[in-house]
Design a protein around this ligand. Sequence first.
Ligand code: HAS
Length: 542
Amino acid sequence: VDRRDGKLAMAHFFVAFTALAIGGLAGLLQTLVRSGKFELPAGIGYYQILTVHGVVLGLVLTTFFIMGFQIAATSKTSGTLTNKQRLAGWIGFWLMTAGTVLAAIMILLNEATVLYTFYAPLQAHALYYIGLTLVIVGSWIDGAAIIMKYAEWRRKNPGQPSPLLTFMSLVNTMMWIVATIGVASTVLFQLLPWSLGLVETVNIAVSRTLFWYFGHPLVYFWLLPAYMAWYVVIPKVIGGKIFSDSLARLSFILFLLFSIPVGFHHQLMEPGIDPAWKFLQVILTFLVVIPSLMTAFSLFATFESFGRSKGARGLFGWVKKLPWGDARFTVPFIGMVAFIPAGAGGIVNASHQMNQVVHNTIWVTGHFHLTVATSVVLTFFGVSYWLIPHLTGRTLTKAMNKLGIIQAVIWVIGMTFMSGSMHAAGLLGAPRRSSYSEYGGAAQALEWIPYQVAQAIGGSILFLGIILMLYIFINLAFFAPKGEQEFPVGEPADDAEKAPMVFENWKLWLGITVVLILFAYTIPFIDLIQNAPPGAKGYKLW
Ligand code: HAS
């Protein structure tokens, strides 16, 4: 990657890892409070800390890391950004950073204790919403750098499929832009005027629906960069080939189509939405599971083909041939394994009847600590081990490589305690998003307490993992020996056919995406507006 593009990507990573430090500390404090053995000092509230944790890790760490990674990946595979493209990247970066700082100040002042989902009736200071708007608009401009580079590559290489990593970055960017229209609408047209006192009420059901229109593709926006590493980088790291370039493209296109019209699976327990539309969106949710199953298949195939090419025999002989001592492989691999129970939990959530058991319990928190906070985050750490030194002109030493593996093992131990006990306590009915309480000595609540102590133990172990990760990051960014670290980009298997050009037909894919969204959401939105309770009708738009 060109040094100038590297600087842009690194700027994103500095913000991302600062977020990791702040958000990780907030997470530790939360688990300690919930264990009942610790009280927050200086009048700091539990929900304030919970908001810091969710916003800073769920929204800031992820968005900045992903944008930085995708810029580096596009620059590597489609060529150095032009000055105009890089300028878009920097403008986007600074807007996002300014918005983040503004939102963070409001949370620290306790003026925006609205959790990371920030939906009504919780209300924040207007400056918080303005901060979020800057982050969203900034991310669009940042993403424009990738779109412009892709368009330029296609112009220069007519009739050729674009480089796989660029293609994947583009799909994720487009999915993000389509999805953020939902959250931008509720922020700009509902929450901001409401917090400024311009309107007295807002239609809460509409605001939550707009949020989840965005909220579900948001989780795939986190996941797809991990899939980029799994599909393209890992085969090269292990010395193998990409199982199928076309299958990888198809799975990304399926994510674009099916990620968005599924938000109702977060609202299955909410009134005001006709069950028939919930049913439809549940079906679409099961369709969006398919590209993940394709990914699992493809990864097993990559690993097995590689192992067999090295002479492995028997059903699982290939496992022994994988490079277990290489953090660039082992750390994301642990993330992949975690995604098996994580995804199974997601399927439980999406099943309407079972959702009634787990909704709003801490099971859901356990689910997303396996998905985003293990599968995705460990993959991001695994990517950092080669990408940060690649961008800073340094190398990953043996000692740091070993520390990387130790870090992942610590993470898994901490997460097994924390997420495991969250799942278990959730099945016993423990609510999510609640501080420590004995609920007046209720027998059921007493059952939750040992699990909450286990969560605190897990949270403390995870915090150690965060300190170790920050140490590795600082080493790779500033102190590791100078040298050249490879940016591993896998190649398709020798007998692979060229990817068909239909994958690059954006009119077709974006067209189907829009049709599916309109199909899944138009009538429910009309219902929500028409059936709004009298108070909500006070708002002139909705
Ligand atoms: Fe989810 C709630 C359903 C995936 C994140 N989810 C959440 C929330 C978050 C989140 C943050 O239907 C909470 C939001 C809030 O604050 O309220 N989720 C799903 C489904 C999937 C899913 C069906 N979620 C994710 C991913 C996330 C994420 C990914 C972040 C990155 N989720 C739900 C539902 C709710 C929900 C409901 C609402 C619950 C409620 O009531 O509030 C699917 O996409 C999962 C498909 C995945 C698989 C696994 C495939 C396995 C692979 C690994 C292969 C491994 C290999 C290595 C090859 C089917 C690809 C193995 C090698 C060996 C040797 C073993």
